[in-house]
Structures are given as structure tokens and as C-alpha cells.
Design a binder for this molecule. Structure first.
Ligand code: F6R
Length: 366
């Protein structure tokens, strides 16, 4: 059942080239300029004409929502708010008739996310679901939606469901951008082509497994970890930190790299591993200076970089090279070594990676 892997988590990490391809299947044909999410039909114009989008989710799904915020704002020019479902539901949020809500949930059973949906629905919002489990409660109470089609996720730590969520959300944003005319056609077509290459890039990123395992051995006894990223890689930093804490029980924090100066920098000394997600994008120069700041305080830098980077290897203790892609799709690739890092560290520490203590696969009570 684990297909020759020691744990479901590892099997699911390695399934990602296929699960992402499954998610794209029938929805994207880049050479024909074709992109269509079949589940969004009747209410498609509500999404396309939304004045704003509210995304509700918890945990890893909330991280996918953070990436979606950047996608929808950049490509569709629609303002987006990403909310923890638990906070949203209890704070008397402002929701107007016709507001659009996107609810993201792997299990489709998360209690807080369901309650947030019910609340928004009662105020007249249109709800789109992004769920993995077909026929789940959330998929039934939403107006429309798109399944992630990642297949059953058994490991408690979400991996392939996350990348499938990112894939669906990228398709959603591109479909809306096309209809709104907010993305020049050449760029739109380029994005479709780029999206189609993601499974093979993820496959390539998985070849880093041995290198990541080697690094894991050196850091497995660390007591803390910091994860830093900017732009599209900021939510990846949050996700990397969550993966590490939930399965290895090492305290880890994710931050936008620039926020380091506003507090976390005080923690940096020669015992602090800092994982930078520093692939080539608009904020590259900025993150390079953040790496220098950490080095100046003797922090131990592990950097995820784009293949061929010649600058960061000069300053980081370890660099992990991932294939290049458009920055908006980079989270799909840059998260892979972080999933592997948390997995190997947890295994080396003797943790039960598939069923970490105190956690459940679906959180059906608030
Ligand atoms: C993290 C993890 C949790 C879930 C969260 C939301 O690896 O699995 O943080 O992401 O409980 O669950 P869903 O997506 O099922 O609503």
C-alpha cells in the first residue's frame, strides 16, 4: 500500500509529478491555449466580476490561500483577503451580497472552514470550494468548485494536496485573468506553457532527495529553525516551517524575509539554521542581502536557489538547486525540498511521520 516507500508521507511526496498532472488533466492544453475548470460554470461570471475575494482555510490550505492572494491580485487585479476560518467566523466580518469566497480544504471536513462558509453563505456570498475529497461536506455546501484530484492523502502532514491546491488556484486565477483581460495574451499563453512543465520540474526537484537527506543528518538535532522567503516564496516559508514542526517537533517559524529585522533577527546565532527560499524572482536582490545579514550573525544558511545561481553559493553553507519556473508557479517546485527536509529530519529523530502526536487528518471539531 505504501508502494515500496517507508511511509505514506514519502510516497505522497514522490507522487507529486503524477498528482499535479492528474490535477491538470482535461483542464489545460497549453498548445491550444485551452484552460477550463469544468466545475466552475454557472457562477463563473460572479467570480470574474468579483469586487473582492475572501479566501478561508486552515493550516496548509491557508498557506495555499496565501499564494492564491498573490496570484489573483497580480493576474486578475482583484483584491483578496486570506482568512483563518476560525478567526473569520467569530469576528462579525463584513460580507456583502455577491461577495466571493474561496474555501480551500483537503479533507473537505474542517469544522472551522465549514462554519466560515455557512456564515458567508447566510450573508449572500457565492462560495467556491477547492477540495480534495470528492463528495466531502465542504464540496457539498459550496455553490461550485474545483477538485484537486490529488488522490487520497494518508499522511497527516499535507504534501501532495498542497501542490494540487496550488495548481487549481493557479488555473482559477489564470482563467479569471483571461476573462477579465487583465493579463496580456502572450503572458497568459506563456503561463499555460509553464504550468504544463511543472510535473517534470517537480520530478527534477525530487532528485534532490539524497542531497536533502545528507543535509538533514547535519541539522537533525537543531532546536529551532527559521524559514524565510519573499513574494510567492513567503507562504512557502510558512509551509516549510509548519511541515518541520508538525512531524519532527522542532520549533520552526516562517517569516517574510524582510520582517526578520523586526524581531526574529535577535534569535540568530551560530546555532540557528535559517532556510532561505531564494529562487530567482523580483525580490532576488533583496533576499540576497537578507542572507548576508544572517551570515554576518553567524546563522547557518540553507538556501533553496534556482539552478545555475552563482551568487548565493558563495554565501550560504548549503544550497539546494531547483529548476527555474515563473515566480508565480515557483511554490510548486520550491516546497519540494522543504517537504523532504522535514520528512528526513523527522525519521532521523524517530518520529512517527505519518501520524504525528496530537494531530488528526481532519479536524472536525473546532
Ligand atoms: C498540515 C495539515 C493541516 C491541514 C489543516 C486543514 O500538514 O495537514 O494544517 O492543512 O488542518 O485541513 P483541510 O485542508 O483538510 O481543511
Amino acid at each position: 500500500e505504501k508502494g515500496g516507500f517507508d511511509h505514506f508521507m514519502l510516497k505522497e511526496i514522490f507522487e507529486q509529478p503524477r498528482s499535479i498532472a492528474d490535477c491538470l488533466r482535461g483542464r489545460l492544453k497549453a498548445d491550444e491555449g485551452y484552460l477550463k475548470l469544468g466545475g466552475i460554470r454557472e457562477y463563473a461570471n460572479r467570480l470574474e466580476n468579483a469586487d473582492r475575494i475572501i479566501i478561508v482555510a486552515c493550516g496548509t490550505s491557508w498557506h495555499a490561500g496565501m499564494v492564491a492572494e498573490y496570484l489573483f491580485e497580480e493576474f486578475c487585479r482583484i483584491p483578496v483577503e486570506v482568512e483563518y476560518a476560525s478567526e473569520f467566523r467569530y469576528r462579525n466580518p463584513v460580507i456583502k451580497e455577491g461577495d466571493v469566497v474561496i474555501a480551500i480544504s483537503q479533507s473537505g471536513e474542517t469544522a472551522d472552514t465549514m462554519a466560515a462558509i455557512e456564515l458567508a453563505k447566510s450573508k449572500g456570498a457565492i462560495i467556491f470550494g477547492v477540495c480534495n475529497v470528492v463528495g466531502s461536506s465542504i464540496s457539498r455546501i459550496t455553490h461550485e468548485g474545483a477538485y484537486t484530484h490529488a488522490g487520497p492523502e494518508i499522511g497527516v502532514a499535507s504534501t501532495k494536496a498542497f501542490t494540487a491546491q496550488l495548481t487549481v488556484l493557479a488555473m482559477m486565477a489564470l482563467q479569471v485573468a483571461f476573462k477579465r483581460g487583465t493579463l496580456p495574451l502572450t503572458q497568459y499563453n506563456q503561463m499555460l506553457i509553464e504550468l504544463e512543465t511543472i510535473p517534470s520540474k517537480v520530478e527534477k526537484a525530487l532528485q534532490l532527495n539524497d542531497q536533502v537527506k545528507y543535509i538533514s543528518e547535519l541539522f537533525k538535532d537543531a532546536r529551532n529553525f527559521l524559514y524565510l522567503g519573499r513574494g510567492y516564496n513567503f507562504p512557502v516559508a510558512l509551509e516549510g516551517a509548519l511541515k518541520l514542526k508538525e512531524i519532527s517537533y522542532i520549533h520552526a517559524e516562517g517569516y517574510p524575509a524582510a520582517e526578520m529585522k523586526h524581531g526574529p533577527i535577535a534569535l540568530i546565532d551560530e546555532e540557528m539554521p535559517v532556510v532561505f527560499i531564494a529562487t530567482r524572482d523580483k525580490s532576488y536582490e533583496k533576499i540576497v542581502s537578507n542572507i548576508q545579514e544572517v551570515r554576518a550573525r553567524k546563522g547557518r544558511v540553507i538556501a533553496i536557489v534556482t539552478e545555475g545561481d552563482t551568487v548565493i553559493p558563495e554565501m550560504a553553507e548549503f544550497v539546494i538547486e531547483v529548476p527555474a519556473t515563473h515566480e508565480a508557479l515557483m511554490p510548486l517546485v520550491s516546497v519540494i525540498p522543504l517537504q523532504l527536509l522535514s520528512y528526513h529530519i523527522a525519521v532521523m529523530r524517530g518520529c512517527n511521520v505519518d501520524q504525528p502526536r496530537n494531530l488528526a487528518k481532519s479536524v472536525t471539531v473546532e
